[in-house]
Write a protein that binds this ligand. Structure first.
Ligand code: ATP
Length: 255
């Protein structure tokens, strides 16, 4: 339900040997929110979302995400509960078509489909057609409806980022985690991405967005959380955060 807390992190901490990547972070995300996670390089943003999505076990703290306990719940169960994400470094298969790349994402939820295909059991062909139609809808959703048969590797940089979002959407997530989706995009592409995120949110998707493009974050997010040296130094609306002296210092001071 809208407004319901779907992510609750308390005291989230990750140490790598002597490196305190994330230190005592408290964070909640409510259903339907678009939350931005910003901070200088090495602030701990990726580590925090890796813990939220169950990829990296926390050193300490509690994580509750869509009824699962990332860190204890296996990562595929966290995904099945409705967490889907993109990565900072592309994980597309460049020699597969855009549609095939999205189909890979869809298999997160449809293990029976995958098994029927594998064993060529009755229903496989119907499942296949249904999965392809679903993948095509996901492509259309991100504005790549006419690129389905093109190799992922031949798409423009911005389109590859959108394809990764389409693949993440194929799993029909409740929470979409985007790790620097606008990195390397030009202004036009970043604006289009911001609009896409807004329209996904309007359909009820909750979005956690890591982004270096501060202008894009300000325009896109309902609320922003600022990390610095693994700790939350500010949280609030875009206007509140941009006026916060600690944030200005983190960006202009130490970096
Ligand atoms: P960026 O904006 O550069 O992606 P970030 O805010 O996402 O940075 P993290 O990637 O989470 O930051 O890294 C936080 C700190 O933890 C950094 O000092 C990093 O070197 C360290 N770190 C991250 N992952 C590991 C790891 N697997 N092993 C050792 N140190 C790590």
């Amino acid at each position: 339900a809208p407004g319901e807390t779907i992510v609750r992190v308390s005291g989230g901490t990750k140490d790598y040997g002597g490196v305190h990547a994330v230190r005592g972070v408290d964070l909640t995300v409510a259903a339907g929110e678009v939350v931005g996670l910003i901070g200088p390089n090495g602030a701990g943003k990726t580590t925090l979302v890796n813990m939220i999505s169950g990829l990296v076990p926390p050193s300490s703290g509690t994580f509750e995400v869509l009824g699962t306990t990332p860190g204890r719940t296996p990562v595929h169960k966290v995904a099945q509960a409705g967490v889907s994400r993109t990565f900072q470094h592309s994980k597309l298969f460049p020699r597969l078509s855009a549609l095939e790349n999205v189909l890979v994402g869809a298999h997160v939820v449809s293990r029976p489909t995958f098994l029927r295909r594998l064993l060529w059991l009755p229903g496989a062909r119907r499942d296949e057609a249904r999965a392809a139609a679903h993948a095509a809808r996901c492509l259309a959703r991100v504005g790549l409806g006419d690129r389905a048969s093109e190799d992922a590797g031949s798409l423009s940089y911005g389109d590859q980022r959108r394809l990764e979002i389409a693949r993440a959407l194929a799993a029909e997530p409740s929470l979409l985690v985007l790790d620097e989706p606008a990195a390397g995009m030009n202004h036009v592409e970043a604006d289009a991405l911001s609009e896409l995120i807004g329209s996904l949110a309007a359909e009820g998707l909750t979005i956690l967005l890591i982004e270096h493009n501060v202008g894009m974050v300000m325009k896109t997010c309902d609320r922003i959380v600022v990390l610095n040296f693994g700790q939350v130094i500010a949280t609030g609306t875009p206007d509140e955060v941009i006026a916060n002296p600690a944030v200005v210092e983190a960006y202009l001071g130490g970096d």
